[in-house]
Design a protein around this ligand. Structure first.
Ligand SMILES: *[C@@H]1O[C@H](CO)[C@@H](O)[C@H](O)[C@H]1NC(C)=O
Ligand SMILES: *[C@@H]1O[C@H](CO)[C@@H](O)[C@H](O)[C@H]1NC(C)=O
Ligand SMILES: *[C@@H]1O[C@H](CO)[C@@H](O)[C@H](O)[C@H]1NC(C)=O
Ligand SMILES: *[C@@H]1O[C@H](CO)[C@@H](O)[C@H](O)[C@H]1NC(C)=O
Ligand SMILES: *[C@@H]1O[C@H](CO)[C@@H](O)[C@H](O)[C@H]1NC(C)=O
Ligand SMILES: *[C@@H]1O[C@H](CO)[C@@H](O)[C@H](O)[C@H]1NC(C)=O
Ligand SMILES: *[C@@H]1O[C@H](CO)[C@@H](O)[C@H](O)[C@H]1NC(C)=O
Ligand SMILES: *[C@@H]1O[C@H](CO)[C@@H](O)[C@H](O)[C@H]1NC(C)=O
Ligand SMILES: *[C@@H]1O[C@H](CO)[C@@H](O)[C@H](O)[C@H]1NC(C)=O
Ligand SMILES: *[C@@H]1O[C@H](CO)[C@@H](O)[C@H](O)[C@H]1NC(C)=O
Ligand SMILES: *[C@@H]1O[C@H](CO)[C@@H](O)[C@H](O)[C@H]1NC(C)=O
Ligand SMILES: *[C@@H]1O[C@H](CO)[C@@H](O)[C@H](O)[C@H]1NC(C)=O
Length: 654
């Protein structure tokens, strides 16, 4: 038994004097013996500030665990003399690599003691770790504990102290919460036997938590003290904190990447979002590390919440905080998302075709903003007490906005255009996503087949004299054609109400899919200049156009499928990047007759230009939103537009 008094030294026993302390130990012990409880043990606190179980059911089990574990010795503890009770403030850290859960009230300080027994206890085996360190550009082997241990001389060892906020005070004012509650502070002594740690302490490392997370490592020997302090509460907040403190002499139990999100948004529609991790390795497909990543099912999970879900404010780097307060959580035991709504799996789609984990988050609200974080449960295969790093890891949040209009559907997993993963023009009254996928798949594979027949007439495999190019061959041409065909015949869809100027309005004369109404004639008859770089000025046909008369604004670029079959109504197209067309022309024999439109003669209405500032201003296969490069990461909030607002948007384009 961890807390049997017979095993406690006199020094330690004076710290476990009060009934309250014992009660807490009971809770801690119970949480250790119940790995699932390690996260579920957020302790509800009633108005008087007494810690109690979240449910009566749990509370009885905690009580029973205490009585059972501490047995008769409870009595002697409870009747300790006042002298022994004097320093009843320190609670023992229960074990290495284990969460020590505790409630703390505003203004209070909790003192913890990490015994020499724990410091000198044998190390816990760590397991092989992930195939490579994700996020480290150069693939490195996971660091080995043994190396580090040898660096610590004598009886001294590095100890790794980490803390997660699991529950925090809540906003109880009538106004909208705009600030997070204040953060706890972690104090770790910098010398042995120093119990004067805390706000008034000395010889200590002071680390205020940031977004519910802090870590401190020190070289320790003998008995070591740690304190956690809760600040006074500003007005508007009520309640207490609950935190999870862990000490290990192997590695941090909790981690947070405080600089990198390691997660990218691919695209959204009105009810879902598709996200992928960054490349998990840069190694190529023939290497063992590449294969080991692909053989893992789901090493990471993720959490997400609506930005209106303000109870997450202030805990965004805390695994425990997300676990308790999440709205949406992926689960390794539910990779198809049947219950969680988050589907996940390993993919190689995307630039470079490296291993990544994909998350398809569903059941979202339209026109809403979300934040999501990549998370690693424990060491990715096991979590909780007894696991080195068992407290999990959180990366930086990624924000996104769901779409508004309902005629763009997120589509991926096509069989021919397997690199397509974005929203496409859709009409939920006519096609579900399976039907939509089949329609585009059929169209693109039939088109490609026709191209392939033509390519076979070209002398690709002759001597270099007879070849159409000395630098490109027919495989390059076929690859460039496939890229171009997929990007052009499966247009990337944005809300018609999105005012971004690099978007191309399409299908404006078509009825809205949901109510069969049309844009007003006032809008449709606005003058429209499809090609800003047209060679002649006013008077030329390029200038005498309206939204309804211009082919660019009154049709889609895939008439056979979109205008005729899908009938999505007005939408915006994120144009394919012009380099896809140039690459096709350069890679294929001239005899195939490919050409790109010239500026002022159709280029602007057909192709977009990549932006250097990180904004996704044109479509290419494998594109992701680069949150680190761009500042306008999350598209602005698009409200359902009234006619008046629409006129303003349209005028802005002219
Ligand atoms: C915590 O603070 C409350 C009031 O702020 C006080 O009554 C209580 O005694 C404190 N608890 C400890 C353990 O210091
Ligand atoms: C996680 O920890 C467990 C128990 O310590 C270990 O068996 C497992 O191999 C570890 N997983 C990884 C990926 O290291
Ligand atoms: C929270 O706010 C409600 C209504 O304003 C009030 O009745 C209640 O007493 C507040 N709770 C606390 C703990 O201050
Ligand atoms: C604490 O964690 C951060 C992020 O995980 C890490 O960069 C930092 O080195 C750690 N601090 C210490 C003192 O080890
Ligand atoms: C794979 O990587 C190795 C070494 O990193 C390199 O020698 C080899 O050419 C690469 N293979 C391919 C197909 O890129
Ligand atoms: C979410 O927050 C935004 C901005 O504060 C607000 O306009 C919107 O009504 C909120 N939505 C919900 C569902 O509360
Ligand atoms: C992945 O690696 C490729 C190169 O192999 C690079 O082009 C790409 O930007 C990287 N990141 C993502 C998210 O695709
Ligand atoms: C969707 O909106 C409803 C009503 O505003 C809200 O209660 C719910 O939490 C939201 N759900 C998500 C996942 O944003
Ligand atoms: C999609 O629609 C087709 C018929 O249009 C139907 O057979 C199929 O079951 C639908 N699939 C789903 C997932 O609803
Ligand atoms: C596939 O496309 C071709 C030509 O685009 C069309 O003739 C055929 O009917 C389509 N097949 C299906 C099953 O939609
Ligand atoms: C060219 O030759 C290679 C190998 O002999 C073959 O795999 C390829 O299909 C040929 N290409 C064409 C277009 O015939
Ligand atoms: C980036 O450039 C595009 C046009 O090229 C512009 O619309 C967008 O606002 C720019 N974004 C930033 C963050 O400057």
């Amino acid at each position: 038994m961890l807390f049997q008094c017979s095993k406690l030294t006199p020094l330690q026993s004076r710290f476990v004097a009060s009934f309250a302390a014992l009660l807490l130990l009971g809770v801690v012990y119970w949480s250790l013996s119940n790995p699932h409880f390690a996260y579920a043990a957020e302790l509800d606190v009633d108005g008087s500030g007494q810690a109690r179980g979240g449910q009566d059911h749990n509370w009885h089990r905690i009580e029973q665990a205490r009585l059972h574990d501490d047995g008769v010795e409870d009595e002697s503890e409870a009747s300790d003399t006042p002298l022994q009770r004097r320093a009843a403030a320190a609670t023992a850290i229960s074990a290495n690599n284990a969460p020590n859960l505790l409630n703390i009230q505003p203004g209070n300080t909790t003192l913890w003691v990490y015994s020499n027994d724990l410091l000198t206890s044998p190390s816990t085996p760590r397991g092989p770790g992930l195939p490579s360190e994700p996020g480290v550009k150069r693939d490195v082997e996971p660091e080995h504990y043994d190396l580090r241990k040898r660096q610590d001389g004598g009886g001294a060892k590095t100890i790794y102290v980490s803390i997660n906020t699991c529950v925090q005070p809540t906003w109880n004012a009538t106004s909208v919460q705009t600030v997070s509650p204040p953060q706890l502070t972690l104090y770790v002594s910098s010398e042995a036997n120093n119990d004067a740690v805390g706000p008034d302490g000395a010889a200590q490392v002071v680390q205020p938590l940031s977004e519910g997370f802090a870590n401190v490592s020190v070289t320790a020997s003998g008995t070591w003290y740690i304190a956690v302090h809760a600040p006074a509460l500003p007005s508007g907040f009520v309640g207490v904190w609950n935190y999870e403190l862990a000490v290990s002499h192997e590695a941090y139990y909790h981690s947070a990447d405080e600089s990198d999100s390691f997660l990218f948004l691919v695209d959204t529609d009105i009810e879902s979002a598709l996200l992928v991790t960054d490349n998990l390795t840069q190694q190529n497909a023939s290497t063992p590390i590449f294969q080991q990543w692909m053989d893992l099912s789901t090493p990471f999970t993720m959490f997400a919440a609506n930005i209106n879900h303000t109870s997450m404010m202030g805990m965004q780097s805390s695994y425990c905080g997300w676990f308790n307060e999440k709205q949406i959580a992926a689960s390794q035991s539910d990779p198809t998302g049947a219950n969680s709504g988050v589907q996940m799996g390993m993919i190689t789609r995307g630039l470079g075709n490296k291993p990544k984990e994909q998350f398809y988050v569903t059941n979202l609200n339209s026109s809403s903003s979300y934040i999501g974080v990549l998370a690693q449960p424990g060491n990715s295969t096991q979590s909780g007490a007894g696991v080195v790093g068992g407290g999990g890891k959180i990366w930086q949040p990624v924000g996104w906005q769901t779409k508004t209009d309902g005629n763009c559907a997120l589509m991926f997993n096509l069989s021919f255009c397997d690199e397509v993963a974005y929203a496409v023009p859709s009409n939920p009254y006519k096609y579900n996503i399976t039907g939509l996928r089949a329609e585009f798949d059929n169209y693109t594979s039939v088109s490609y087949q026709q191209f392939n027949y033509s390519l076979q007439q070209i002398p690709c495999n002759t001597t270099s004299d007879a070849k159409y190019s000395t630098v490109r061959n027919c495989d390059d041409c076929a690859a460039a054609y496939k890229q171009w065909l997929c990007a052009v015949s499966i247009p990337r869809c944005e809300d018609f109400t999105n005012p971004a100027t690099y978007l191309q309005k399409r299908n404006m004369g078509q009825a809205y899919f949901n109510n069969q109404s049309y844009l007003s004639p006032d809008v449709l008859n606005q003058q429209y200049t499809p090609m800003s770089r047209a060679p002649t000025l006013a008077g030329s046909p390029a200038y005498n156009q309206t939204f309804i008369s211009s082919l660019a604004t009154n049709s889609s670029r895939n008439w056979a499928i979109i205008d005729t079959l899908i009938q999505p109504g007005p939408y915006n197209e994120l144009l394919p990047c012009e380099d896809l067309c140039y690459s096709l022309v350069q890679s294929c024999p001239a005899s195939l007759g490919f050409g790109c439109p010239y500026p002022g003669r159709g280029l602007e209405a057909g192709y977009g230009v990549r932006s250097k500032n990180g904004t996704l201003t044109c479509s290419f296969l494998g594109a992701v939103y680069d949150f680190n490069a761009a500042t306008d990461l999350v598209a602005p909030v698009f409200k359902a537009v009234s006619l008046a607002a629409l006129v303003v948007i349209v005028l802005g384009v002219v």
